[in-house]
Design a protein around this ligand. Structure first.
Ligand code: SF4
Length: 142
């Protein structure tokens, strides 16, 4: 059983599930995970497809890239909602980012500017990345 799975299942039934989107999770990261917000849209979708699909995880993804930016990957059919990117997903994003950089497909120079008050993503090119300001000092993977 996943931690807090039943609690979050019940919160969802009561329409009280609080969702933390990827950009917010990325914003909390420090150290070896501090750069995960630099992953671009395509790689983020690939990471979700690889980690969060029904074949890999029993939870149903309720979070997206941001409040206004959906991730174009099926959410899954699981009974238990996933309210935020988990630590395994954060680690996977780091690996995806490292792999992408290793084959020279980073999109440096096309970073996304974000309004820290609403955390919404802004399209600056055909590909988006999820770079966020270092606004909070604390953090670990969730
Ligand atoms: S973020 Fe983690 S717990 Fe949530 S759906 Fe993806 S793999 Fe499952």
């Amino acid at each position: 059983m996943y931690p807090a799975a039943v609690t979050n299942w019940n919160r969802e039934r009561e329409d009280a599930l609080d969702v933390t989107h990827f950009v917010e999770t990325a914003d909390r990261q420090t150290g070896m995970y501090a750069e995960i917000g630099n992953i671009d849209e395509d790689a983020l979708e690939n990471a979700v497809a690889a980690c969060c699909s029904d074949s890999q995880c029993l939870k149903r993804r309720e979070w997206d890239a941001s409040e206004s930016e959906e991730i174009d990957v099926p959410r899954g059919d699981g009974e238990f909602p996933c309210r935020e990117p988990c630590s395994l997903f954060v680690a996977a994003v780091r690996e995806f980012l490292a792999t992408e950089r290793g084959i020279g497909k980073t999109n440096s120079g096309t970073k996304t500017n974000r309004d820290s008050s609403n955390r919404s993503a802004t399209r600056t090119s055909d590909r988006r990345s999820w770079t966020v300001p270092r606004s909070r000092p604390s953090a670990t993977a969730t």
